[in-house]
Design a protein. Structure first.
Length: 293
């Protein structure tokens, strides 16, 4: 990461990565894994929009390659400005697979805090949803951001789909094959409110090794199977949301992002459900799938 980024590693035990995990990130390696699953898991937004895991995996890998071909370096900070949902998972996952540090920004945070954390971490790139593109452009004027990438077509921004297209390869670019060597400093950044002094936003890095450790803990404690649906509530912290989604897809289970209490009740009444709570305690409801569910 840039030396100017004031990042403190999380003070927590980080078990070694489980051998069955992908080598470069929790999200990478799905394409090969999916070939051995009896059915394709899905990612479902609260709106009901569905996306199969194979499409998700190929999009993330292609977009990660696009970032690297355009000059992203291992450990570079990439901000993500999106509501909690499938688009946010895609953006964070893309950054992790590319060996970068994902900085998910909370849309509810005030502009002063967001501009402060962007400056503090020396972020030069933000991936945003189209509904938040205008705010991302405003933040670019108040920080060191040099490029805004958006899902969709928005004036003065780069469409996310351009990352999926071939691009000229920079001589100093790092390929995905190098990530197992260079991504030791990759991970997810969390941040707190602006300090009382008004000039520093405290940040904590959840490095790749810790994310793998959480993955291993969930594998042991939750026993997710391909017949489950994992519901990830909005209140679950971002690192745990990403790991829980990775665990579900890796296990062949479908994921419902940004679930509300009402949506949780609806799905629990029709399918076998494993719910991720803020404390990441999970339960499975012992009910059969409804016809066509």
């Amino acid at each position: 990461m840039p030396s100017s980024a004031a990042v403190n590693r999380a003070d927590r035990h980080c078990p070694p990565p489980p051998e069955e995990c992908p080598s470069s990130s929790i999200i990478d390696g799905f394409a090969e894994r999916l070939r051995h699953l009896p059915a394709l898991p899905e990612i479902i937004d609260t709106s009901g929009k569905r996306r199969d895991a194979a499409e998700f995996a190929s999009t993330v890998r292609a977009a990660a390659t696009g970032l690297l071909r355009r000059g992203l370096r291992p450990g570079d900070v990439v901000a993500v400005l999106s509501p909690r949902g499938a688009a946010r998972l895609t953006a964070v996952s893309t950054v992790l697979v590319a060996g970068g540090v994902a900085l998910p920004l909370e849309p509810e945070s005030d502009s002063e805090t967001l501009a402060g954390v962007l400056t503090e971490t020396d972020a030069r790139l933000v991936i945003a949803t189209s509904c938040l593109a205008e705010r991302a452009l405003e933040l670019a004027e108040r920080s060191r951001l040099r490029q805004v990438i958006t899902f969709g077509t928005v004036a003065d921004t780069t469409p996310f789909d351009e990352l999926l297209s071939p691009a000229p390869v920079r001589e100093d670019h790092v390929s995905l094959r190098d990530m197992s060597v260079f991504c030791a400093d990759s991970g997810i950044l969390a941040y707190g409110p602006i300090s009382a002094e008004g000039y520093r936003v405290p940040t904590v890095l959840h490095p790749r090794s810790c994310l793998f450790g959480e993955f291993q803990r969930m594998v042991t404690n939750f026993g997710v199977t391909g017949s489950d649906v994992v519901l990830i509530a909005e209140t679950v912290p971002e690192p745990d949301r990403t790991v829980a989604a990775g665990l579900a897809l890796w296990s062949g289970a479908s994921v419902v992002m940004s679930t509300t209490g009402e949506r949780l009740a609806q799905l629990s009444a029709t399918r076998s459900v494993t719910a991720a709570s803020p404390a990441l305690s999970c339960h499975r409801s012992d009910v059969r799938s409804a016809p066509g569910g």
